[in-house]
Design a protein around this ligand. Structure first.
Ligand code: 5AD
Ligand code: SF4
Length: 419
């Protein structure tokens, strides 16, 4: 979501005559587009702002946009009094107001709904992967999560706006479309004629665009997986066989305390439906370890579910208490050292699964999408349908290539382009 917001902000500033620079000292305007999901992310913002303050030109204007702006509110100005703007995730389209008078302070952390999508100019050139938001905000009340506070209640964008933006992205270079939203599969929009559209309708229409070769979406809430969407994995070949569907914990006890609306059995039933429809599907998850009250046994259940599902790529986090959330004031907060130990254990399990899956890809061929040059500056990186990075040596790096995997390790694959 932040990548998308960042591109829209960049195109807005370009319309006002700005160009991008990598060097803080050269910039006339500097903004940090921020994430507040864990405390570490918020802390990083304030240390980065401190560094920017030292390095920037004296008359350059600077500020914070996104979820940390909303989380901090006016406190951001108390911490850093000479900030020029603090704009929440649904008000960054107001940034140009400060350009006409850099001496004012701009503050808006209201939840403006979909206004920003109408206000911002479309991107002029798309990366090969275009992220298209279909909804914003979240109505789930996971007790650890700040997102319902920072991004507000769920709102689905009009169906036609999404299709128009998708078509535009394809026209200006996108080959893969990734639909995004905090609760992407909860997408539901009813037009003025009373017709209701779901995510499956968006995917079906998008698949008709010739130049779009791959479609995916993230992030999904397990119990919002409707049958129309699951069925589509059996019929729509452009839909990648890779799904992010976070379970968060493998313990029914903790899932209940997290206010997740499923138990492990129900979650497994959804996974099984997918496997029946699309046997080659692979799943990724997010995990939180050290949620308040998590016993050693609860944690072992998380390790067990990770192995049982065989998640090929996951994100695991230590529970981080956040303001405006119920879990932050729960009893039985877990000590930091135990959280760290559990994270190391879980990561080791997840890494083993990932390595094993990567090794199982050797000798297979995949249609892969170009991503860029590797760190050495000599080889090219592609992404497989399972989003694994695949390193290729070639003088003819086309945007979309058929690649045979020749070797693999935990973090990447190596392959060669075949005709
Ligand atoms: N602490 C740790 N991880 C969190 N996440 C959300 N809130 C917290 C928190 N307070 C994780 C969840 C979510 C991902 C985006 O971030 O796993 O799926
Ligand atoms: Fe946060 Fe996701 Fe839960 Fe919504 S569903 S409250 S975004 S963790």
């Amino acid at each position: 979501m932040n990548v998308y917001d960042g591109l829209r902000i960049a195109s807005m500033l370009e319309k006002h005559g700005f160009t991008q620079t990598e060097n803080v000292g050269d910039a006339d305007i500097i903004l940090l587009n921020t994430c507040a999901v864990r405390a570490k992310a918020t802390d990083k913002v304030y240390s980065a702002i401190g560094r920017i303050r030292q390095a920037k030109k004296p008359n350059a204007i600077y500020g914070i946009v996104g979820c940390v702006a909303r989380e901090s509110g006016t406190d951001a100005f108390r911490r850093i009094p000479d900030l020029n703007f603090v704009l929440g995730p649904q008000s960054y389209h107001k940034l140009p107001e400060i350009l006409s008078d850099p001496d004012t302070k701009l503050f808006d952390i209201n939840l403006g709904g979909l206004e920003k999508f109408d206000e911002l100019p479309p991107i002029t050139k798309s990366p090969l992967v275009a992220y298209i938001p279909v909804q914003e905000g979240c109505n789930h009340c996971c007790t650890y999560c700040i997102v319902p506070y920072t991004r507000g209640p769920e709102i689905s964008r009009p169906f036609n706006d999404i299709l128009a933006e998708t078509m535009h992205a394809a026209n200006v270079g996108a080959i893969e479309i990734c639909f995004i939203g905090q609760n992407v599969n909860g997408y539901k929009y009813t037009d003025k004629d009373g017709k209701t559209y779901r995510l499956s309708d968006i995917i079906r229409e998008t698949a008709k665009i010739d130049s779009v070769k791959r479609i995916r979406f993230t992030s999904s809430y397990p119990t919002e997986m409707t049958d129309d969407l699951i069925q589509l994995f059996g019929t729509e070949s452009k839909l990648l066989p890779f799904l992010n569907m976070p379970i968060q914990s493998g313990s029914d006890n903790i899932l209940q305390k997290m206010h997740r609306q499923y138990n492990v059995d129900e979650y497994m039933q959804i996974i099984n439906k997918f496997k029946t429809i699309r046997p080659d599907i692979q799943i990724s998850s997010d995990f939180i370890v050290g949620f308040p009250g998590e016993s050693e046994n609860d944690f072992m259940e998380t390790c067990a579910i990770a192995k049982r599902v065989g998640y090929i790529n996951s994100y695991s986090f230590k529970y981080s208490p956040r303001p405006h959330t119920a879990a932050a004031i729960m009893q039985q907060q877990i000590p930091e050292n135990i959280k760290s130990e559990r994270l190391i254990k879980l990561d080791s399990i997840l890494n083993d699964i990932q390595r094993e899956f990567n090794l199982s890809c050797i000798d297979k061929t995949f249609d892969c999408l170009y991503e860029g040059i590797d760190k050495t500056g000599t080889k090219h990186i592609y992404r497989t349908p399972y989003m694994q990075p695949c390193i290729v040596e070639t003088n003819n790096a086309t945007p979309f290539a058929h690649i045979k995997i020749t070797s693999a390790n935990k973090s990447c694959l190596h392959g060669k382009i075949i005709d």
